[in-house]
Design a protein around this ligand. Structure first.
Ligand SMILES: *[C@@H]1O[C@H](CO)[C@@H](O)[C@H](O)[C@H]1NC(C)=O
Ligand SMILES: *[C@@H]1O[C@H](CO)[C@@H](O)[C@H](O)[C@H]1NC(C)=O
Ligand SMILES: *[C@@H]1O[C@H](CO)[C@@H](O)[C@H](O)[C@H]1NC(C)=O
Ligand SMILES: *[C@@H]1O[C@H](CO)[C@@H](O)[C@H](O)[C@H]1NC(C)=O
Ligand SMILES: *[C@@H]1O[C@H](CO)[C@@H](O)[C@H](O)[C@H]1NC(C)=O
Ligand SMILES: *[C@@H]1O[C@H](CO)[C@@H](O)[C@H](O)[C@H]1NC(C)=O
Ligand SMILES: *[C@@H]1O[C@H](CO)[C@@H](O)[C@H](O)[C@H]1NC(C)=O
Ligand SMILES: *[C@@H]1O[C@H](CO)[C@@H](O)[C@H](O)[C@H]1NC(C)=O
Ligand SMILES: *[C@@H]1O[C@H](CO)[C@@H](O)[C@H](O)[C@H]1NC(C)=O
Ligand SMILES: *[C@@H]1O[C@H](CO)[C@@H](O)[C@H](O)[C@H]1NC(C)=O
Length: 426
């Protein structure tokens, strides 16, 4: 109760400067984590053609490049900075709030949950916090955005990021998250894509860490993941949008003969321009080689969007604010157990035309007994009571559900599910 009063006090303090229905604060926190990571014995791509070579290696049928490149395991430990945003409802009569911890996927950062396009009309946060009175914690995954970057092959891998997610969750359980002195009784985890994979891994490792999970843009069928690895047309992030994803300098002097080859081989001219249409960031993200991104807006559409069901403006905005993926993440994103230890409520919600997890059509299963590709996720949760497990196929949506016209339709399904499991703020 005393911790709740602190939350209310913090809320009142924020009210003096915010008229909106929610109060948010950006907090960068140190987390000390340790995880088993793979030691991969390949060269880190240092040109975009090497990024293509990596993609060819990764997507070659009949092989398992993760296994081929793996030479052993080590323990990676460290203290990293995680850039977070905590939001709470203003003026609410909630006394026992539920916290949603939101983990973004590849290509995005924490703003996936708070897309600013069209005056925040697609914002998941506005829906969950303003309308449903949840508290939320969104964050840039370790390695991405304003969180600490790291060595992209043998450091920034899935399980180190999962360790950071666990650490953040434990802070909220204990009431030790900086400036939020409330120990949350109810915490649910919501992921998108790779963020769902990490949420899945989290609750397998620590089944009691979460009161319920929502896996968006997800299935356990890995057949079509290579479509993503191929369709991205991966290039080096720091060369693709050098003013934003690189160190902010274009290699000088601009000598055409020396540059021509480099321009053709290393730079995407369209994305060079995309990077220029925005106000250049004061501090460019300065990703190291080995951080990859999709080549251009066409690849972005292919990966995340269903034609006819999104506004081209949001695709452009997505391309101009996209975030990269490390080669270490790509090598470890499939390393999740087939059977999960979690026993609480699970909602899987995937776009009808999701690319990586349904191959572009979730209903094309070739088996009348299998209603959708994601429906087979049920087999991975033997400890979950069937009445607590739901698979929902969001109509007219690709992989990036939050950026489609009917994003808020999907949000309603998510909050409806959580409410039906007794997990709403109360
Ligand atoms: C907080 O971070 C968001 C991005 O997540 C940014 O848009 C916003 O301007 C930041 N707010 C402040 C007060 O720095
Ligand atoms: C691609 O795979 C070959 C082995 O088949 C390996 O020697 C090479 O380092 C790999 N390159 C990249 C960039 O993954
Ligand atoms: C590929 O190899 C890795 C490392 O050995 C393993 O964890 C993973 O389960 C394998 N993937 C498949 C689909 O067999
Ligand atoms: C937001 O979306 C709703 C319907 O989803 C629409 O009616 C409204 O005009 C949109 N507002 C803005 C600012 O785009
Ligand atoms: C990252 O930090 C910059 C500079 O403070 C800010 O403009 C931007 O909104 C932040 N982005 C995210 C995703 O937090
Ligand atoms: C986890 O939760 C279950 C059900 O609430 C309980 O039976 C079990 O003892 C808990 N396990 C641990 C390690 O706390
Ligand atoms: C900035 O990045 C470019 C391209 O990767 C590189 O050639 C240059 O040396 C870097 N400059 C600094 C100051 O790091
Ligand atoms: C994955 O989905 C495809 C298409 O529905 C299907 O052919 C394949 O058997 C599925 N794989 C698994 C392991 O369920
Ligand atoms: C929007 O999504 C909701 C939830 O899936 C669904 O019930 C509704 O029919 C969708 N609306 C349209 C126009 O597709
Ligand atoms: C908060 O107030 C709203 C309307 O004023 C009401 O519908 C809701 O049940 C109340 N919630 C709690 C937890 O008291």
């Amino acid at each position: 109760m005393s911790s709740m009063r602190n939350l209310a006090v913090a809320s009142l303090a924020l009210l003096t400067s915010h008229a909106a229905a929610k109060s948010c604060r950006n907090i960068t926190i140190p987390v000390t984590v340790s995880a088993r990571t793979g030691i991969f014995n390949i060269d880190v791509p240092s040109t975009s053609l090497e990024a293509t070579t990596f993609a060819q290696n990764l997507t070659r049928q009949g092989g398992n490049f993760t296994d081929q490149a793996l030479s052993g395991y080590e323990t990676t430990s460290g203290t990293y900075q995680i850039s977070t945003q905590f939001c709470q409802p203003d003026q609410s009569n909630v006394t026992n709030p539920t916290l949603q911890i939101l983990t973004h996927g590849i290509g995005f950062d924490k703003t996936y949950w708070d897309l600013s396009y069209n005056n925040f009309n697609y914002s998941y946060l506005n829906y969950a916090v303003d309308q449903y009175k949840y508290c939320t914690l969104s964050y840039d995954r370790l390695g991405i955005g304003n969180s600490s970057h790291g060595e992209p092959l043998n450091e920034i891998q899935s399980f180190l990021e999962v360790a950071a997610l666990a650490e953040i969750t434990n802070m909220f359980r204990a009431g030790t998250f900086p400036t939020v002195s409330h120990a949350f009784d109810k915490i649910v985890h919501v992921g998108h894509s790779f963020g769902s994979t990490q949420t899945y891994a989290l609750v397998d490792l620590y089944p009691n860490i979460s009161d319920g999970i929502v896996l968006t843009g997800f299935s356990t069928n890995s057949t079509f993941v290579p479509f993503f690895g191929a369709g991205a047309d991966f290039v080096l992030a720091n060369k693709n949008q050098p003013f934003r994803l690189g160190n902010g300098t274009f290699p000088a002097p601009l000598q055409i003969d020396a540059m021509a080859e480099s321009l053709l081989v290393d730079y995407s001219l369209t994305d060079l321009v995309a990077g220029l249409t925005m106000t250049p960031p004061a501090t460019p993200l300065d990703y190291a080689d080995g951080y990859l991104t999709n080549s251009n807006i066409n690849a972005n559409q292919y990966l995340f969007f269903l034609p006819g069901h999104f506004d081209q403006g949001i695709l452009l905005a997505g391309e101009n604010t996209k975030q990269p993926v490390t080669v270490g993440e790509l090598l470890t994103l499939g390393s999740i157990p087939t059977t999960n230890n979690f026993a609480g409520p699970v909602l899987v919600i995937t776009g009808s035309n999701d690319l990586p997890y349904c191959g572009g059509d979730c209903f094309a299963t070739g088996n009348p007994d299998v209603p959708s590709v994601p429906s087979t996720v049920a087999k991975s949760f033997p400890k979950v009571d069937p009445k607590d497990f739901t698979v929902y196929i969001q109509p007219q949506s690709g992989h990036g559900i939050n950026a489609h016209y009917n994003a808020t339709g999907a949000y309603g399904v998510i909050e409806g599910f959580l409410g039906s499991k007794g997990l709403a703020s109360s």
